[in-house]
Ligand binder design. Structure first.
Ligand code: 13P
Length: 250
């Protein structure tokens, strides 16, 4: 028997909040979620606010993740940040392959290397996948998501499970206010679990849904059997709103 999957609610701030604003947010969030939240909680600040967030959350169980990580440990990669650098800054994990990063040029090959580099350094990697509206309308969601997950996990092995989370985030639901229905989220997360099961123990792997999650829809999305939490964008920027989503997962 696999251990039950502990839900994870992560807030992706994208390009929002200075270090000072991050400190204020984290201090407020820690009070709102309490010392022992019933689920795992993480924030994903921009690079410049990571250390302030790590510092403000030092005595809490709330994790801090970066929004991306480079595949090389160091070198001539202007503007990039490596996994060992994140680890040294006290960061717990990193998103990899967010659709906004893929749109900015991150390739499938880089995503696979970044998953590996992050896990090797000791970070928890939250691998993001999800189809565009065109792909969904063409009836190609299953094939597309399968290919994305297979490619990203090409070099992942069973022992990597504790450091791996996958977030299914349909692009058409990100920042649009148009949330996937619980049925759509469940169907896609079940596909992700089945594909990932070729690499790790799928029954123990946490799979999140992301895309216009808010305090009003979080509970029904996270009640789906294959949805183990949420990756929240806009609604994670306000501590009260984010804490309500955390409460909905508990
Ligand atoms: P929204 O919650 O703003 O739709 O963003 C989702 C997302 O991209 C989280 O990574």
């Amino acid at each position: 028997m696999s251990a039950p999957r502990r839900p994870l609610v992560a807030g992706n701030w994208k390009m929002h909040k200075t270090a000072g604003e991050a400190r204020e947010f984290c201090t407020a969030l820690a009070v709102l979620v309490g010392a022992e939240p019933p689920v795992d909680v993480a924030v994903c600040p921009p690079f410049t606010a990571l250390e302030a967030s790590v510092d403000a959350l030092a005595d809490t169980s709330i994790a801090v993740c970066a929004q991306n990580v480079h595949e090389a440990a160091s070198g001539a990669h202007t503007g990039e940040v490596s996994a060992p650098m994140l680890l040294a800054a006290g960061v717990d994990g990193a998103l990899v392959g967010h659709s906004e990063r893929r749109a900015a040029g991150d390739t499938d090959a880089q995503v696979a290397l970044r998953v590996r580099a992050g896990i090797d350094a000791g970070l928890t990697v939250v691998l993001c996948c999800g189809e565009s509206l065109d792909i969904r309308r063409a009836g190609d969601t299953q094939r597309f998501v399968t290919r994305q997950v297979e490619s990203a996990l090409a070099d992942v092995h069973a022992a990597d499970l504790p450091r791996l989370v996958i977030a299914y985030e349909p692009i058409w639901a990100i920042g649009t206010g148009e949330t996937a229905t619980p049925e759509q989220a469940q169907e896609a997360c079940a596909i992700v679990r089945s594909v990932a099961s070729e690499r790790v123990d799928g029954a123990s792997l946490r799979i999140l849904y992301g895309g216009s999650v808010n305090p009003g829809n979080a509970a029904e999305l996270m009640a789906c059997p294959d949805v183990d939490g949420a990756l929240v964008g806009g609604a994670s920027l306000d501590p009260e709103s984010f804490a309500r989503i955390v409460a909905a997962a508990g």
